[in-house]
Ligand binder design. Structure first.
Ligand code: SAM
Length: 498
C-alpha cells in the first residue's frame, strides 16, 4: 500500500507525452549529480510469474490462507491484509472452484486478484485508477504466447469460478490481460527475502520514467521496498529523464531483445545505434584476416550485417554469430564455478571475441568473484599471482564500466572498491614478506584511500537499507582504519621507514 512520501518530484519532473515514448518525464529545472528526484512506496508487491510467495512476508511458500483460500500465506504468518482476506472470503467459493484458482500457475491469478482488490477500498481506489492509466501494450501482446498463457493461467480460472463477475461486473478478458500487462511492462525488480531471489513492485510515479541504455538516473530499492530515483550526472532543465530498464553489461542485441520481448519497444538510444557500443566493442568479434591490424567485426544497426570495420568485405553470417554465442553461453553455464575451466574458456574465446565482449566480461566477473573467495580464505595461502590476476580483471572491467556508466554508478563504485581492496591486500602481503618497504606500502595505501573515497562518494547516494548502502557504511570504517595505518607508517621512525 502506498504511504505518504516527501520528495520534490512535482517540482523537478514534468510529465510529457509523445508518440514514441507515450508518457515520459523531463527535468523541470537543472538537477545536480546525485540529487534525489523521487522516493516512493510500491502500490503492490508481487511474485514473479511461477513463484508462490506469502502475501505477508513474501517468503516462498506452498500454502494458502485458511480463511480466504485464494492468497498464498506461509505457515509462519498468521494473517495478511484483513480487508482483502475478508472480501475474498465473502466470495463463498466451492472447494472445486478454490482448487481451480489454487492451480499450479497460481501467481497470475494472485497478481490479477491483488490488482482488482485495490478497487474494493475507498483509500486504494485512486491507486487502482492511476494504475489503469499505465501502459499495457494490449494490442501488441494480443494472441502472443504470453497472452495465451495468461488466458489459461488467470483469465479462465477467474472467469469460470465466477470470481471476476463478483469482483467487477464489467470484467472481461481484456481487463485481466491489461492488468497483467501493466505489471509486466511497469514493475521494478525488488530483492526477495531469500538471498539472490527477486520479486516485482509497481510504483505510481517511478513507472513513468523512460528507458535509455545510457541513462541519467539511478534507481535503488531499499529493504522497505521504497524506491529512490536519483541523477547520476548534472541534468539540464528540459532533458528527458531516463533510467535503464535492462542490464547495461549486456550486448546491444541482447538488451534490445529483452526490451522488445519484455517491454514491447525498440530502443534507439545512442549506444544501440553505435556498432562499437561507444567504442567498448561489447558485441564485437575479431576479424581473423585483419586481427594483426586490430580489425573487429561489428553489427551494423541499420542493415543487421556483421562487417569488419577495416575491411567491409570481411563479414560473418548472423546464424554463425548467434550459434557461436549460444554455444559459448552453454559452455560458460557448464563451467559453473570451476576457475580453471573458466580461465580456459576465456583464453579460447579471446581468439574469437573482443576482450570487452559481454561474454568475456561475464567470464571475467565470474573469475574475479571466485578469486575474491580464494583471497578471503587465508587457509588457501594465495600467492602474489592470484592477487595480480584479480587486479588485472578488475582493471579491465572498470575500463568498460567507466564508458558505459559514467558519473555516479553502483557498478563502477563496487568494481573500484574491489580493485582498491585487492591492491591494498597485495601491498600489505608484500610488505609483511619484506618485499616492499614501508614507504612503498604507505604510497600504495594512499592510492587505495583515493580510490576508496571515489567509490564511497558514489555509494553514499544509495539508501542505507540496501546492500550497497551497508557497504558504504562499512567503507567509512575501513577508510578510518586505512588513514590510521598510513599515519603509523608515515610517523618518522627510522626502524620502520627504510
Ligand atoms: C514503464 S513504461 C513508461 C511509461 C509509459 N510511457 C506510459 O505512458 O505509461 C514503459 C513503456 O514506455 C515506453 N518507452 C519507454 N522508454 C522507451 C524508449 N526509449 N523508446 C520507446 N519507448 C519507450 C514503452 O512503450 C515501454 O513499454
Amino acid at each position: 500500500m502506498a504511504a505518504a512520501v516527501t520528495d520534490d518530484f512535482a517540482k523537478k519532473c514534468e510529465v510529457k507525452h509523445n508518440k514514441t515514448l507515450g508518457r515520459f518525464l523531463v527535468a523541470q529545472c537543472n538537477i545536480r549529480a546525485g540529487e534525489t528526484l523521487l522516493l516512493e512506496q510500491p502500490i503492490v508487491v508481487l511474485p514473479h510469474i511461477g513463484d508462490r510467495r506469502c502475501s505477508k512476508c513474501f517468503k516462498l511458500t506452498t500454502s494458502f490462507c485458511k480463511k480466504c483460500r485464494l492468497l498464498a500465506l506461509c505457515a509462519e504468518c498468521a494473517d495478511h491484509d484483513e480487508r482483502d482476506c475478508q472480501r475474498l472470503a465473502e466470495l463463498k467459493l466451492s472447494e472445486e472452484q478454490v482448487q481451480q484458482l489454487q492451480g499450479e500457475d497460481h501467481t497470475a491469478v494472485q497478481s490479477a486478484l491483488k490488482c482488482l482488490l485495490l478497487r474494493e477500498h475507498a483509500d486504494t481506489l485512486p491507486l487502482y485508477e492511476e494504475m489503469s492509466q499505465m501502459e499495457t501494450h494490449l494490442a501488441v501482446r494480443r494472441d502472443t504466447d504470453i497472452w495465451k498463457n495468461y488466458q489459461e493461467q488467470a483469465y479462465a480460472p477467474l472467469e469460470k469460478s465466477g470470481v471476476l463477475k463478483q469482483l467487477q461486473t464489467e470484467a472481461n478478458e481484456d481487463l485481466v490481460q491489461g492488468l497483467l500487462g501493466i505489471l509486466d511492462i511497469n514493475t521494478f525488480e525488488i530483492r526477495a527475502p531469500e538471498p539472490g531471489g527477486s520479486m516485482r513492485g509497481l510504483y505510481r510515479r517511478a513507472g513513468l520514467f523512460a528507458h535509455s541504455c545510457m541513462p541519467n538516473l539511478v534507481t535503488a530499492i531499499d529493504d522497505e521496498r521504497r524506491i529512490k530515483v536519483y541523477s547520476n550526472r548534472f541534468i539540464a532543465a528540459g532533458e528527458i529523464l531516463y533510467y535503464c530498464y535492462t542490464n547495461v553489461l549486456l550486448g546491444t542485441e541482447e538488451r534490445r531483445q529483452i526490451l522488445k520481448e519484455g517491454k514491447c519497444f525498440d530502443c534507439n538510444c545512442p549506444r544501440c545505434q553505435d556498432p562499437t557500443e561507444l567504442g567498448t566493442h561489447m558485441s564485437s568479434f575479431i576479424c581473423s584476416p585483419c586481427s594483426c591490424s586490430g580489425g573487429y567485426i561489428v553489427r551494423q544497426p541499420k542493415t543487421g550485417t556483421w562487417q569488419c570495420l577495416l575491411n567491409p568485405d570481411h563479414t560473418l553470417k548472423p546464424d554463425f554469430v548467434s550459434n557461436m554465442l549460444e554455444r559459448a553461453k552453454e559452455e560458460i553455464f557448464h563451467a559453473k564455478d570451476d576457475i580453471y575451466r573458466l580461465e580456459l574458456l576465456l583464453a579460447k574465446l579471446s581468439r574469437l571475441l573482443h576482450g570487452n565482449h559481454y561474454l568475456m566480461l561475464d567470464l571475467k566477473q565470474n573469475i574475479a568473484s571466485i578469486l575474491r573467495q580464494i583471497l578471503q580464505n587465508m587457509a588457501h595461502r594465495p600467492n602474489r599471482k592470484v592477487y595480480e590476476r584479480k587486479i588485472r580483471l578488475c582493471q579491465e572491467i572498470l575500463l568498460v564500466l567507466k564508458v558505459l556508466t559514467p558519473g555516479i554508478s553502483r557498478l563502477n563504485a563496487i568494481a573500484l572498491y574491489e580493485l582498491a581492496n585487492t591492491q591494498a591486500e597485495l601491498a600489505r602481503k608484500l610488505y609483511s614478506e619484506q618485499e616492499k618497504s614501508a614507504r612503498d606500502l604507505w604510497e600504495e595505501l594512499e592510492q587505495t584511500e583515493v580510490m576508496t573515497r571515489e567509490s564511497l562518494r558514489m555509494l553514499l547516494f544509495e539508501p542505507i537499507a540496501t546492500p550497497e548502502g551497508q557497504l558504504a557504511h562499512s567503507m567509512l570504517r575501513e577508510l578510518k582504519e586505512l588513514q590510521n595505518d598510513i599515519k603509523l607508517l608515515k610517523e618518522p621512525n627510522d626502524d620502520v621507514v627504510n
